[in-house]
Design a protein around this ligand. Structure first.
Ligand code: PLP
Length: 450
């Protein structure tokens, strides 16, 4: 086994051998990276010993914080007892318990959990389940999935095909004819003089008109993140999801709520669909906060109604031929169970609801800075968007997020830069003092970019 761990060697190995996600390949061989080697609570600790508040909570996923012995013990105990056995035609009690605990926390009749390895595979599985259902029920032509501009649903082929960020779609092929995209739902971009109520009407009409235009007999599902996360924390107008669900019901279109980011407490509830947005969708997809990022896991949660509809499949010689070696992996399931136990016993959902007003108040106070075009968020999700083409050259505008992040990192805060935006979703255990520290640093970072 190779043992060198001095910075220069690690950096070389990282550049020469580790292909990072979502990076231009030209970066290979040229990056100077800081290695993050530890974590505690809301902080990550770099190889130099610097402690930084983790603004994005890993990648929207670190709910209970870093470095918890109780999580490590739960995973180690499970690994010692039974690390893995095939989930195909076999059962494991840890996964069965987890499915039950999740079903107890989902809205309505969403009681059947299909475990996956992450968010993309959860979305893929939801789409494949719907294909299976429609084929089985004799509607093979009902296949189109309506998604939205700026949506992100994952990196596997189907999930990427229903993702709507144009820049992401440029260089890879997509499943032809699968997806139809609705226009921007960001209230910031509504025409001058258009009220929020009128904007809501327009956005809901966009969905209904798309269904009528494509033909309801061809539209299988509508997929929506409650809040578009990677698209820049876009909060749709109030009442949007409820009215979209009504339209879906009217036209026999299934509603997939992609709660990969919003699930497991980000908005102060186990799931946001019902508690925050008042809807019971047909399928919820989740991942990320499900294990607080300690190990990979995802889930596609399906309603009793849909499961009943396909319950005659075996008699027709049909199987839902979709599944993963690691579906319901015992170590991941043990981590997810512990995560639920910790969130519950430590009152973390109540805590999120308690600190949210301060978080949102400090976020919106940034809009007073000249360079800021918009601040938006909900729960412990936030985005600060800077003006483009105003103060700096276009090339620099695209770097604004990175410039702000670099400045903040020097002062103890990591952000997630996206073009001219910075997004953040810190660990749910963040205290009021830490929220104030975070926004003090961010405010300085935004000022420095002016
Ligand atoms: N869905 C949403 C809403 C996401 O934000 C993401 C990832 O950021 C995914 C799906 C894909 O999840 P994963 O990266 O675990 O495959």
């Amino acid at each position: 086994m190779l043992k060198y761990n001095d910075h220069a060697t690690m950096n070389r190995w990282d550049n020469e051998n580790f292909v990072h996600p979502w990076e231009g390949m030209e970066a290979i061989g040229h990056n100077e990276r800081t290695f993050v080697e530890g974590g505690e609570g809301v902080y990550v600790v770099t190889e130099k010993g610097d402690r930084l508040i983790d603004g994005p909570g890993g990648m929207w996923c670190v709910q209970i914080g870093y470095g918890r012995d109780d999580m490590a013990d739960a995973m180690a105990d499970q690994a010692r007892q039974m690390a893995y056995f095939s989930p195909f035609n076999n059962a494991h009690s840890t996964a069965a318990r987890l499915a039950r605990e999740i079903a107890a926390r989902t809205p309505g009749d969403l009681n059947h959990v299909f475990f996956t390895t992450g968010g993309s595979t959860a979305v893929d599985s939801a789409l494949r389940f719907i294909q299976f259902r429609n084929n089985l029920l004799g509607h093979p032509e009902k296949k189109i999935v309506i998604s939205r501009h700026k949506a992100y649903h994952g990196s596997t082929y189907l999930a990427a095909s229903v993702s709507g960020k144009e820049r992401d779609r440029l260089w890879l092929d997509k499943a032809e004819g699968l997806a139809h995209f609705l226009p921007d739902v960001n209230p910031l971009h509504r025409d001058e003089g258009t009220s929020m109520e009128d904007f809501l009407d327009q956005k809901v009409q966009d969905l209904e008109q798309a269904i009528l235009h494509l033909g309801a007999e061809k539209v299988a599902a509508f997929i929506a993140e409650p809040i578009l996360a990677s698209g820049g924390v876009i909060v749709p107008p109030p009442g949007y999801h409820k009215r979209c669900l009504e339209i879906c019901r009217r036209h026999d279109v299934l509603y997939i709520s992609d709660e990969v980011v919003t699930g497991f407490g980000r908005l102060g509830h186990w799931f946001a669909s019902e508690e925050v947005f008042g809807i019971t969708p047909d399928i919820i997809t989740c991942a990320k906060g499900m294990t607080s990022g300690y190990v990979p896991m995802g889930g596609c949660i399906i309603s009793d109604r849909l499961i009943d509809e396909v319950s005659g499949a075996a008699a027709q010689g049909a199987t839902f031929s979709n599944g993963f070696t690691y579906s319901g992996h015992p170590v991941s399931a043990a981590a997810a169970l512990k995560n639920i136990e910790i969130i519950e016993s430590e009152g973390i959902l109540d805590h999120v609801r308690e600190v949210t007003p301060l978080f949102q108040e400090r976020l919106h106070a940034l809009s007073e800075l000249d360079i800021v075009a918009d601040t938006r968020g909900m729960g412990l999700m936030g985005c600060v968007e800077c003006k483009m083409g105003d103060k700096t050259s276009l090339e620099n505008d695209y770097q604004l997020g990175t410039i702000i992040d670099a400045h903040c990192q020097k002062n103890g805060l990591i952000l997630r830069p996206i073009i001219n935006m910075c997004v953040f979703s810190p660990p749910l255990i963040i205290t009021k003092t830490q929220i104030n520290q975070m926004f003090d640093i961010l405010q300085d970072g935004v000022r420095a970019a002016m």
